[in-house]
Design a protein around this ligand. Structure first.
Ligand code: ZN
Length: 188
C-alpha cells in the first residue's frame, strides 16, 4: 500500500466560467503542453511516452522559463539502453527541474513565481518546489489520468509529492482545460 493521501485535500479552486484568471491559467497550461510536444531539438521532451511540460511565471504574469522532461545538457540521448524500462527515469530529468535550472542559468529569482505543469509534481520535484518557496502550482484537471503510460512507481511518487505540497503550504490548483482554444486534448 502506498502512502496515504494528505488529510487536507489540495484545494480545487473554482473560477467563473469566463473569468480572465481562468483564461490566463489555461493559456499557461496550453503553453506547458506545447513545450512538452516540441521536437527534441527545439526543447521538447525526449521521453518516448510521458511528455511533460512546465512553465515558471513571475508575479507580473511574464514567463521566466519553460522546459520539458528530457536529457540534461551534454548527455547522449541516442543510446538505446537509456530508454529501457527502469532506465528512463535515471536519465531523464523532470520538466520542473529543467525549468528551475533554466531560471537559475538566467539568474532569475523564483520567489513569488508560480508553476504550470502538465502532470502533478513527483516527490523529488515537490521537495524542490518547497525549498524554492514556490507557493502556487497549476495542473490540468485529471492530469495523471491523461498519461496512460505513467508507471505505478511514478503514481506513488506523485502521491508523496502531493503530501509534500500540502505540508509546505503550496497550493495545487486543478484547471479545467477542456475548452482551451489553442490547446488540444491529448491521448498518450
Ligand atoms: Zn519530478
Amino acid at each position: 500500500m502506498g502512502p496515504t493521501m494528505p488529510k487536507n485535500k489540495p484545494p480545487h479552486k473554482q473560477y467563473p466560467r469566463h473569468s480572465d484568471a481562468l483564461a490566463e491559467h489555461r493559456g499557461w497550461l496550453a503553453r506547458a503542453e506545447k513545450v512538452a510536444l516540441l521536437p527534441f531539438n527545439q526543447g521538447g521532451s525526449t521521453h518516448p511516452t510521458v511528455k511533460v511540460g512546465a512553465v515558471l511565471v513571475d508575479k507580473d504574469g511574464h514567463e521566466i522559463a519553460a522546459a520539458a522532461n528530457r536529457f540534461a545538457h551534454g548527455l547522449d540521448r541516442r543510446r538505446p539502453e537509456r530508454y529501457k524500462n527502469g532506465s528512463k527515469s535515471l536519465w531523464v530529468n523532470c520538466a520542473e527541474q529543467m525549468a528551475v535550472a533554466r531560471a537559475a542559468r538566467l539568474g532569475v529569482p523564483l520567489n513569488e513565481a508560480r508553476l504550470y505543469v502538465t502532470l502533478e509534481p513527483c516527490a523529488v520535484c515537490a521537495g524542490l518546489l518547497a525549498e524554492l518557496h514556490i507557493k502556487q502550482v497549476f495542473v490540468p484537471v485529471g492530469a495523471m489520468r491523461r498519461y496512460a503510460k505513467l508507471k505505478s512507481k511514478w503514481k506513488q511518487s506523485i502521491e508523496v509529492g502531493l503530501i509534500k505540497l500540502a505540508e509546505a503550504g503550496i497550493t495545487l490548483t486543478s484547471i479545467d482545460t477542456n475548452t482551451v482554444p489553442s490547446g488540444r486534448r491529448t491521448k498518450r
